[in-house]
Structure formats: C-alpha cells, structure tokens
Design a protein around this ligand. Structure first.
Ligand code: EPU
Length: 336
C-alpha cells in the first residue's frame, strides 16, 4: 500500500493511454484503505479494472486501486445462494467460479472486463441480463466519515448503465464488496437472438447456464475486440433512449431504424447503428478509431493519448448529432 509518485497508469486502463498520476497506491483491506484516505491527497480516484475509464490528462491527485479479494458463499437456502465477492476481484473469473459452485444467474455477463466493485456503479449488462437482476447488496466505505454502510438494491437506484454512485453519491463511497443472489435452479436467459442462434448452431436445445456462458463468450469474442490485443473500453457511449415525439422525428430523417421499444412510450436506439449510419464505422484518425465490427467501441491502435481519444469521441458525437439530432452520452467514465 505504499504511495508512489508520478506513476504511469498505462498498464492500469484498458484503453492503454499513458497518463501519469501525481500519487498512486493499491489497497487490499479496509484498514489499508482508511490509512490511505488522507485529506491532503485531492482529488481522489478509485480504480478497479480500468476498463470503463478514459483519462483525458495527467491526474493531479491520488489514484487508489482496489485490490480487495475474496469470494465465498455466505448463505444457502433451498432456492438460492448468497455469494459475496471482494470489489477488487476480476469480474469474469468470478462469473466462472460462481458457475463452478452451481450458482446461476451471472452466465450472460461472462467475459465482461473489469472488477466486481465497478459492476454495480454502472449496472453492467449484456445479452438480456443486468447486474441489478442478480444483485443482493453491497458494502461501501463513506470516504468523509470512514463509516461502512450496506446498500440495498433500492438504495443503489439502478438504471440503464446507471446507479446512485454515478449521480447523487458520485465519489462519496468506495465499494468494498458485493453480494449476489444466485439461483440453484437452472433457468438460463436465452432471450437474446444471438444466444439462441449460437446454441442452435451448436445443436443445443436445452442449454445449461454453462452452455449460455460459452455462447456469450463466443459472441463477445467474435464481436468485440480483446483489450489485451486492441485496447478499448467496450461500448464508449450509451444507447440513447428517446421519447415518442423524438422517435417520430427520427423516422422522418431515415427510412429503416433499428430500435427497441421500452416502457412508457420510449425507444432505445443502438448508438452503434447511429454511428455506422454516419459513416464512422471502422474509421480511423491517427491512432484512434471505431472498431470495424462494432462502431460503438473506440479502439487505440497504438500510442493514442487520452486527449486524442476524447477528441475523436467528440467528433463521433458531433457527426451523430448533426445527422440525427441525438446527443450521444459517454458510457465510459471520462476523468480529467
Ligand atoms: N449495430 C450496427 N452497427 C454497429 C453496431 C451495432 O448496426 O456497428 C446494430 C446491431 O446490428 C444491432 C444493434 O445495433 O441491431 C445492437 O447491437 P449489439 O447487439 O451489438 O448491442 P449494443 O447495443 O451495441 C449493448 C451493450 C453492450 C452489450 C450488448 C449485448 C450498451 C452501451 N452496450 O451493445 O455492452 O454487450 O448490448 O447485450 O448498452 C458495454 O457496456 O461496454 C458493452 C459492450
């Protein structure tokens, strides 16, 4: 937990931008964390797996990397397990471990980069399942008072890639550990078309959760770039949700719209589709580009700086706004 100064964060963010932090330390326990939370180190940034963050400049304060580990079944009933994991645990190995315990519900969230502690902040989701569907509670340290508090699902105020930790309580807490409620019965969610197609191609009619996990891994690997090979932060923008009036206006501008109907007369439009329509799919400017197979993912072809990635993202935002009148909001946490 020693504090290092003027540290490169290159290996600690999956976009692989080489920014420096004035001070850096990692912590493996609440005790270590408390010792590091000294008021003279400001600003403060808590880093998990670094897979959903873009540093746009050198960080003038203290970056703390959460390395709190541990995963265990803490309660078992006839129907479900309560499974707890330290916030620093890498997400995907935790998902695989849960399947080994015959605890089901995380399979659709296989292969998502990042850490357990970051998962509730943005309510990670993929292939028909969101973290909130399997969430039980979490423990977090209040930075100002150094008190530990338990947050229920309601208190987390989960939304689409959203929670209270991105809004009212942004920067106020450090997540220490998360508890999930995972089922004993096997009833995997195969609602997402690509999962059904993949399982059908494999000749699997009654898929187990492990089969769904394998299908998700297969789909993600074929569609999304591996950050270890081509640095990226997954979806860079959120899929915009628009109301009926705006949807009608959009319909006038373009003939075939890809959309998902949401409750309350709202419509979710895939940002990847909007970007592709503007001609930005697979486009590259210097070392930054959109991924050739999925326009929503910005990639670093090698040596891109934080400001370069952010400038490119803003060009994409502008192109979509000019063409469709829709402002894309970053899904990635922009720091700087
Ligand atoms: N599409 C295009 N062109 C593109 C990309 C997508 O036309 O370049 C179209 C697809 O054909 C499809 C639709 O857009 O009709 C949706 O695409 P996809 O199923 O790939 O999902 P997405 O909406 O782009 C979201 C999540 C992903 C998650 C997938 C699968 C967000 C911001 N992203 O992407 O999450 O894996 O659904 O559930 O909601 C992430 O958050 O980092 C992430 C990768």
């Amino acid at each position: 937990m020693q504090i290092q100064h003027n540290t490169s964060l290159l290996g600690l963010n999956t976009m692989a931008v080489d920014v420096r932090s004035a001070a850096f330390a990692s912590f493996q326990s609440v005790h270590e964390l408390k010792a590091l939370l000294k008021p003279y180190y400001q600003p403060l940034f808590i880093l998990g797996g670094g897979s959903n963050v873009l540093f746009t400049r050198d960080f003038p304060g203290l970056v703390l990397r959460n390395e709190m580990m541990g995963r265990e079944v803490i309660q078992e009933t006839d129907d479900y397990f309560l499974v707890q994991a330290g916030a620093g645990e890498p997400w995907h190995p935790f998902v695989l471990w849960s399947l080994e315990q015959n605890a089901y519900g995380l399979e659709n969230l296989s292969l998502i980069p990042g850490s357990v502690g970051a998962a509730p902040i943005q309510n990670i989701g993929a292939y028909g399942v969101e973290l909130k569907d399997v969430f039980h509670e979490l423990q977090a340290l209040h930075i100002a008072s150094q008190e530990i508090r338990t947050f229920s699902k309601e208190e987390c105020a989960f939304g689409y890639r959203d929670s209270v930790f991105k809004n009212a309580l942004k920067g106020a807490y450090v997540i220490l550990g998360v508890t999930f409620r995972l089922q004993k019965s096997q009833s995997p969610n195969t609602s997402y078309g690509m999962i059904q197609k993949t399982l059908a191609a494999w000749g699997i009619n009654e898929p187990s959760p492990e089969d769904v996990s394998r299908a998700v891994i297969h789909i993600r690997s074929s569609k999304l770039p591996d950050p270890a090979e081509l640095p990226n932060t997954g979806s860079f923008f959120k899929n915009p949700v628009i109301d009926e009036e705006e949807f009608k206006r959009l319909k006038c501008r373009t003939s075939e719209i890809v959309f998902y109907e949401m409750p309350n007369n709202q419509f979710k439009i895939p940002a990847g589709w909007l970007i592709e329509q503007t001609g930005w799919k697979g486009k590259r400017d210097g070392a930054v580009g959109t991924y050739e197979k999925q326009a929503l993912v910005l990639v670093n072809h090698g040596g891109a700086t934080g400001p370069e990635v952010w400038a490119f993202a803003q060009q994409v935002q502008q192109a979509v706004e000019e063409r469709f009148g829709i402002r894309l909001e970053p899904e990635v946490n922009i720091v700087g």
